[in-house]
Ligand binder design. Structure first.
Ligand code: ZN
Ligand code: ZN
Length: 260
């Protein structure tokens, strides 16, 4: 969408108020983070999932250059529940979470849109949403979020090539117009990152089609300590990493440029 300066100012205030205490932004410079996806509690440079992906990167045709999660979704928190509920067909169950996630997506791409663009300076840009693999009629809830993103980010579309599983699969998706990503900075957008398999599968597709730089943008990085115990230690040490509207999801700095 297109926003006036007054829209941005007003919305920034709303988002600042409504997401405070809810968003938990990765602080990459703290250490102990996976250098690809920002997964915390990692002793080396990569989490297990990204390390698996890394070992097949060379033969896969490439993956994302950068992953930008807008928040952590710790198991049991508001954002975790929102991610779980926002796609539910029952509007009563889905609505509040969807609105919070719309605010989160708006903040990441409007307040810090230029920060995302600056990952590949001067390069033409296009965006593609990871398609839902479940049959569904009407506008998918993730599209309702993506519609809020800058109107200067042209869209292209992808679809599953077959029944898509949970594992990384470089031929899981097909671009409807492969030429649309050629030589572009392509933003692959998804709601959640658990292992990153789905987003990286599509990242490979756009790479193979000739994208020059690939950013995976996700609303939330799913964190479930019961699946991986070092997360619990990390959570204890850093109960919240904190958040403010000007804290940059891309550069891990207080981003004054975003608000000017
Ligand atoms: Zn990782
Ligand atoms: Zn920023």
């Amino acid at each position: 969408m297109k926003y006036t300066a007054a829209d941005v100012e007003r919305m920034t205030k709303v988002v600042s108020r409504d997401l405070n205490g809810i968003v938990d932004l990765p602080r990459w410079t703290l250490g102990e983070f996976c250098q690809v996806c920002g997964h915390p509690g990692v002793s080396g440079t990569l989490c297990n999932a990204c390390s698996d992906h890394e070992s097949i990167r060379a033969v896969s045709g490439g993956m994302a250059d950068r992953v930008v999660p807008l928040t952590y979704a710790w198991w049991g928190t508001q954002i975790w529940n929102d991610i779980y509920n926002y796609k539910k067909p029952d509007e009563e169950v889905a609505r509040d979470g969807r609105i919070r996630l719309m605010k989160l997506g708006w903040w990441g791409t409007i307040v810090h849109g230029r920060c995302i663009e600056s990952l590949a300076p001067g390069m033409d840009l296009t965006m593609v949403t990871v398609p839902s693999t479940k049959g569904r009629t009407g506008v998918h809830p993730i599209e309702r979020i993506a519609r809020l993103f800058p109107d200067t980010w042209p869209r292209t579309t992808a679809r599953p090539s077959k029944a898509v599983g949970r594992a990384y699969d470089p031929i899981a998706f097909i671009l409807d117009d492969p030429a649309s990503v050629e030589n572009k900075h392509t933003i692959v957008f998804d709601d959640t990152w658990a292992t990153g398999a789905r987003a990286q599968s599509l990242a490979t597709t756009v790479r193979v089609a000739g994208a020059a730089y690939v950013t995976v943008l996700v609303l939330a990085n799913h964190l479930k300590p019961s699946v991986w115990p070092p997360l619990a230690d990390f959570r204890q040490k850093h109960p919240s990493l904190g958040w403010s509207v000007d804290q940059c999801p891309v550069r891990d700095v207080t981003c004054l440029a975003a608000l000017t």
